[in-house]
Design a protein around this ligand. Structure first.
Ligand SMILES: Nc1ncnc2c1ncn2[C@@H]1O[C@H](COP(=O)(O)OP(=O)(O)OP(=O)(O)O)[C@@H](O)[C@H]1O
Ligand SMILES: [Mg+2]
Length: 314
């Protein structure tokens, strides 16, 4: 395993200024967890391995010494390239979701079922492994509202064990059929473990909807497992709805997880998340994917087609 050192300085004042400026610039309130980021300290992050990611976002497993507690911790670091104005809007939307969830559920145990954010910062260039990542100390730093050249959004999050794609790599995932297969030290192919994981993810989805958030990208790659418990992640395409609102007038997410009727209407509603979760369970537990929906080599997204209306008209 190849290790590279990444230095991160985290002056609390700078972090607070960044959050305040970003909040003023982009409307969403800063995440409470990020606001609580500690005193001025330097953290040396060692990148242990890449966990995932595509063209815009890379996610790494990192190790660092927490200077407050002097303990070595592992975390996930996601570095996202904001190359287009739409990326910036999505990034602001994602931070808003973390903030909405924090205000809705605070320290409630259901938060363990939804992705958490420890802290975030913006770097005014692309980030690649081996870069020195420094939280800029100047107060003017903010998440821009538009971008002319690529900037990177870095997010430090708790580390989860694996996503549900890992389970589908051992088909057929038949309950009790492969008792020797363990995932992340947790035996998952028992009925009890599978039911608990599924219930966790259903509850996570329900809590998300109850907080007024549409996920819009539920799928195998965005359902994680940590110590045998399900965790719903990736709010990159999520939308915060107005009270009572059930739908958004654009359709987003991987095309094979879209509800056909929503595709026809060109908008995404809560039912679309429910459908995507059902399909995810079908692929995970039953090793079943409708033949007409076989996964393309590169996941197609609804917004690859441009506006949802154009997509619906295809
Ligand atoms: N906190 C984490 N712990 C462990 N693995 C993670 C974590 N966050 C993400 N991953 C892994 O990285 C992959 C990609 O992460 P994420 O969903 O955040 O980005 P993305 O899918 O590239 O973004 P987008 O869906 O916006 O294109 C996940 O499918 C998962 O396997
Ligand atoms: Mg994802």
């Amino acid at each position: 395993m190849h290790r590279r050192d990444v230095l991160i300085q985290t002056p609390a004042a700078a972090a607070a200024a960044v959050l305040a400026a970003a909040a003023a610039a982009t409307a969403p309130a800063p995440c409470a967890a990020a606001e609580a980021f500690g005193d001025a300290e330097a953290r040396e992050l060692r990148v242990l391995r890449q966990l995932g990611g595509g063209s815009y976002r890379s996610v790494y497993e990192v190790e660092y010494t927490d200077s407050l507690t002097a303990t070595v911790r592992r975390a996930a670091l996601s570095c996202e390239v904001l190359a287009r104005n739409r990326d910036v809007r999505d990034a602001a939307g994602e931070l808003e979701v973390f903030s909405v969830l924090q205000s809705a559920y605070g320290d409630s145990p259901v938060m363990q079922l939804l992705e958490q954010l420890d802290t975030w910062w913006v770097k005014r260039s692309r980030v690649s492994v081996g870069d020195t990542l420094i939280v800029p100390p100047q107060s003017g730093q903010r998440l821009p509202t538009s971008t002319r050249r690529a900037v990177s959004l870095c997010q430090l999050k708790p580390l989860y064990d694996f996503d549900l794609r890992a389970i589908t790599k051992f088909p057929p995932y038949a309950l009790g059929s492969v008792p020797s297969v363990r995932f992340g030290g947790t035996m998952l192919n028992t009925e009890e473990a599978a039911v608990r994981m599924a219930l966790d993810l259903l509850l996570a989805g329900e809590c998300l909807h109850n907080a007024g958030v549409l996920h819009r990208d539920v799928g195998l790659a965005n359902c994680m497992v940590k110590d045998g418990r399900g965790v719903l992640i990736d709010f990159g395409l999520s939308e915060v709805l107005k009270p009572g609102q059930m739908c958004r007038d654009t359709l987003r997410g991987q095309t094979e997880y879209l509800l056909p009727s929503e595709t026809a209407r060109g908008r995404g509603c809560r039912g679309g998340d429910v459908y995507a979760m059902g399909r995810t369970f079908s692929e995970t537990f039953l090793d079943y994917a409708p033949p007409e929906l076989h996964r393309p080599r590169r996941a197609m997204r609804a917004d690859d087609f441009g506006s949802a209306k154009r997509h619906a008209a295809r």
